[in-house]
Design a protein around this ligand. Structure first.
Ligand code: ATP
Ligand code: MG
Length: 437
């Protein structure tokens, strides 16, 4: 197929029916963020490459293999953002947000770009909902952020998702664990994939995250990070577990979770499902107490997560969670002739001003073809307007679900629709209550 009629590999279009679902997911997530006091931050789609190399870490898959990096016309190295945290931290520092009252709570919806092997649930352009909480070191902050993700997933009606948590320690206790990993994997050097052989010296923790089968098998018997935590990290982890229990949030401790990005300390977590195949991690996050200082700010603790929206939508579809359709047309005005068409346009516009989804013929169709179209777009009501209706200033409003018709003066159309809408909602509520009994 010609290049110009095919979207680049790993990207996708969202046609109106799909966008309606994505928008609902995004609105719900941002709203849950607001309920927790998170304000939206919007950062550029591209940043200086150096920002990601420094913050995400040059031993990670993201930086080594996955970034969309190019030179702009002045020869500067630019990268399309592969994740949301680095930009949010950069913006918070640049705009002095951390000098204000702490904690600073930020949320965002952003496209992310990674040059990956495209497959179901793994794309080269995808979208993330993310939150970042700066300035709080207590386990209460970890619990609040995990609670936010949990409430978001419950609100969306997502089922069969499990929370896995782990602690990967801090710069005080991690070196001992890294040495233990080096010793263990070093003894199996020849069995490691070439990438992990490289990782062994510089960042052995990453080997735990490798998706190659043999590395994964070896990782299952590797030393366990929780055995190496210092007192502070262990207390933090124990407190978090107590808090999650008190909040009624079920979790499982999984010592192999290390997260794909370098900047994490202490708590790391993932929400995973088995309902959408191999790419089952819908949300990943954790604490990154070292990142703000690494980026040139004053040392500040931080915790956050990123949630993949395409994967959320896949899970929702897989478990039959309610997803909205495109907004349904409330009323379709069906004109017969030019004069009626003008009148219908005017009427439709005033109905829209009153908040109704109103449509009228733009195709100069026959009566029959117009009614067929009204059916196709699922209009709740139709009103056929010809010369005699124009003269009378009234026409028959037809309920397309029941077939009922009633004469309504044009001047009372809004009111009539409102009354019917109220009746319909009332019936819906009564039905729902009867169902519940
Ligand atoms: P994975 O292990 O699946 O590669 P990751 O560790 O690279 O994930 P993060 O960088 O933590 O993922 O990103 C947070 C979330 O963003 C993931 O949990 C996932 O839901 C989503 N995500 C990551 N990469 C992709 C992708 N290529 N396509 C779609 N969603 C993605
Ligand atoms: Mg990845």
């Amino acid at each position: 197929m010609a290049l110009i009629t095919k979207a680049p590999r790993g990207t996708q279009d969202f046609v109106p029916a799909e966008s309606a679902k994505m928008r609902y997911i995004e609105d719900t997530l941002m709203h849950i963020g607001e309920l927790h006091g998170f304000g939206e931050i919007r950062t550029p789609t591209f940043e200086h490459t150096e920002l990601f190399v420094r913050s995400v870490g040059d031993t990670t898959d993201v930086v080594q293999k996955e970034m969309y990096t190019f030179e702009d016309k002045k020869g500067r190295s630019i990268t399309l953002k592969p994740e949301g945290t680095a930009g949010a931290v950069r913006a918070a520092l640049e705009r002095g947000l951390l000098a204000e009252a702490l904690p600073v709570k930020l949320s965002y919806i952003t496209p992310c770009f990674r040059y990956e092997k495209a497959q179901a649930g793994r794309y080269r352009e995808f979208h993330q909902f993310g939150v970042e909480l700066f300035g709080a070191k207590s386990s209460a902050a970890d619990a609040e952020v995990i609670g936010l993700a949990d409430l978001a997933l419950r609100t969306l009606g997502v089922e069969s998702i499990k929370l896995f948590i782990n602690s990967i320690g801090c710069p005080n206790c991690r070196p001992k664990f890294q040495q233990a990993l080096k010793d263990y994997f070093g003894a199996h050097y020849d069995e490691l994939c070439p990438t992990c052989q490289e990782r062994l010296e510089r960042n052995p923790l990453r080997i735990l995250d490798c998706k190659e089968e043999r590395c994964h098998e070896l990782a299952e018997h590797a030393p366990i990070v929780l055995d190496y935590l210092c007192d502070e990290c262990r207390d933090h982890f124990e407190e978090l577990k107590k808090r999650l229990e008190a909040m009624g949030i079920a979790y499982e401790v999984d010592p192999t979770i290390v997260r794909g990005l370098d900047y994490y300390t202490k708590t790391v977590f993932e929400f995973k499902t088995e309902t959408i195949g191999a790419q089952g991690t819908v949300c990943g996050g954790g604490r990154y107490d070292g990142l703000i200082e690494l980026m040139g700010g004053q040392s500040q603790p931080a915790v956050g997560f990123g949630m993949g929206l395409e994967r959320i939508k896949l899970v929702m579809e897989a478990c039959g969670a309610p997803l909205p359709e495109e907004p349904r047309c409330d009323v379709c005005l069906v004109p017969l002739g030019t004069e009626a068409s003008v009148r219908c346009s005017v009427l439709a516009e005033s109905l829209r001003e009153a908040g109704f989804v109103a449509e009228t013929d733009l195709m100069e169709r026959s009566l029959k073809a117009q009614l067929k179209y009204a059916n196709k777009i699922g209009a709740r009501y139709t009103m056929v307007i010809g010369d005699s209706e124009l003269a009378a200033g009234a026409a028959r409003l037809k309920n397309m679900d029941t077939g009922e018709e009633q004469e309504v003066p044009f001047a009372e159309l809004e009111e009539a629709l409102l009354r019917r809408e109220a009746d319909r909602l009332y019936d819906e509520i009564v039905d729902a209550q009867l169902d519940g009994e």
